[in-house]
Design a protein around this ligand. Structure first.
Ligand code: SF4
Length: 439
């Protein structure tokens, strides 16, 4: 048998959830003896992990498939856009196979028929933690797939199906392995982290001789035993979110919540069919901050949703001013093919959408900048992402990788990625902090 391993190229598009899928597929490919190569020319076949969330992502995915076909010719498509195989087939009838998200078995089957594996056990050395596309010191921990909600602007449930939670012991074991492999920060992701376990009736499982329910609070308690940073993403403001505040106050998980509020007008939220109780949001934010003064809240919003009036848009701006969120992303409403919201009356013109987006961002930019200014003079713990001749780039508890700001450490040349250090904040700009090592 030849010792030459079949070579696979891999293109990974989409959100952190898709990234986790890519990591799983890459791990499996390596375990089976495939070599992962960085160019189309060197590959015997290419796997493209696609995204189908908004029209721009669909186009990017289709372009990536086209490029891979042109450059290599043997292409296997997987991921969210795989659910819309007719669209792909129509544009590219020559792709070898199309599979959907988290369907690892079908991707592997397609790879096997395109490139039969040439197993060499001596080469099958793979770290326990699998292959990670994220830097070694942080990792995304996907706790569930799919979503039980039906937000009118979103087609994820039709692509990924209803909520399927991973048993809590399985998630905790994966987290434990990641930490053993050097991970210092776990980023909990899903479509709706607060709904974790609803589908399995919060099933109880054992981990390290203790019982845990498959539920957000209990998962956080387990993760806090690992002694690394735990950051929660995609949390909806259900009442039980209050339960994680004591864990944040005690420093067991990071005082950080990523809550996609999307809007503040009750009527628009109803049209959006958003989950969670929005009536008392401001009051709840105030209460959270009383318990956890350092709480960072990140959120995303949609402006120009069909039917949004001037008054409702102003309601949103008032909410922003009162809530004083730390980090905010915003999008002008974009009609995704197949989303129910497209049927709503009162489409907002592109011009007005852009105008509102600009106003929204201007209001929030001032709030975010003022909040960063208040940090000057404080000493805080940061996690180093990289270091070089210009110093180090690190992140504080308030900064999630890739989406938030960073802390530049001017005299951090000798620091190492993955190291925790204390720094004193000396300056702040619109997005980032500037610091020196403490002591
Ligand atoms: S919560 Fe709403 S926006 Fe998020 S995935 Fe589910 S349906 Fe889509």
């Amino acid at each position: 048998m030849s010792q030459v391993s079949p070579k696979v190229g891999f293109v990974s598009l989409g959100c952190p959830k898709a990234l986790v899928d890519s990591e799983r597929i890459l791990t499996q490919l390596k375990v089976e003896g495939y070599e992962i190569v960085p160019s189309y020319g060197a590959a015997d076949a290419v796997v493209v992990n696609t995204c189908g969330f908004i029209d721009a992502a669909v186009q990017e995915s289709l372009d990536a498939i086209g490029e891979a076909l042109h450059e290599n010719g043997k292409v296997i498509v997987t991921g969210c856009l795989g659910k819309r195989s007719e669209l792909i087939r129509e544009a590219y009838p020559d792709v070898l196979a199309i599979t959907g998200p988290q369907d690892y078995a079908s991707v592997m089957q397609a790879v096997h028929s395109a490139l039969p594996p040439k197993r060499n056990p001596l080469l099958d050395i793979i770290p326990d933690t699998g292959v990670k596309l994220t830097p070694k010191h942080y990792a995304y921990l996907k706790i569930s797939e799919g979503c039980n909600h039906r937000c009118s602007f979103c087609i994820i449930p039709s692509m990924r199906g209803d909520l399927v939670s991973r048993p809590v012991d399985e998630v905790l074991l994966e987290a434990e392995r990641l930490v053993k492999g050097g991970v210092k920060e776990l980023l909990v992701i899903s479509q709706d982290t607060s709904a974790y376990g609803v589908d399995v009736k919060y099933a109880e499982r054992q981990w390290r001789d203790k019982s845990y329910r498959t539920r957000m609070t209990e998962l956080c308690e387990g993760l806090s035993e690992l002694g690394v940073w735990t950051r929660l993403h995609y949390v909806y403001p259900y009442p039980h979110v209050d339960e994680v505040m004591p864990l944040m106050a005690e420093g067991k998980i990071l005082p950080y919540l990523d809550i996609p509020f999307q809007h503040a007008s009750p009527r628009i939220l109803k049209l959006m069919k958003r989950p969670g109780n929005i009536d008392k949001t401001l009051e709840r934010i105030r209460n959270w901050r009383k318990l956890v003064p350092d709480l960072t809240i990140r959120s995303t919003f949609i402006v120009g949703f069909p039917g949004e009036t001037d008054a409702e848009f102003n309601e949103l701006l008032d909410f922003l001013r009162e809530a004083e969120l730390d980090r905010v992303g915003a999008f002008a409403y974009s009609p995704v093919d197949g989303a129910k919201a497209n049927e709503l009356p009162g489409a907002v013109s592109e011009e007005l959408k852009e105008d509102r987006l600009e106003q929204f961002m201007a209001v929030q930019a001032e709030i975010s900048a003022a909040k960063l200014q208040r940090k000057i003079g404080r000493t805080m713990k940061v996690l180093v992402d990289e270091a070089g001749a210009d110093g180090a780039v690190a992140r504080s508890a308030a900064d999630a990788p890739e989406i938030d700001g960073v802390v530049h450490v001017a005299n951090g040349q000798l620091l190492k990625a993955g190291q925790f250090v204390d720094v004193v904040i000396e300056d702040a700009d619109e997005h980032d902090l500037h610091a020196r090592l403490a002591g």
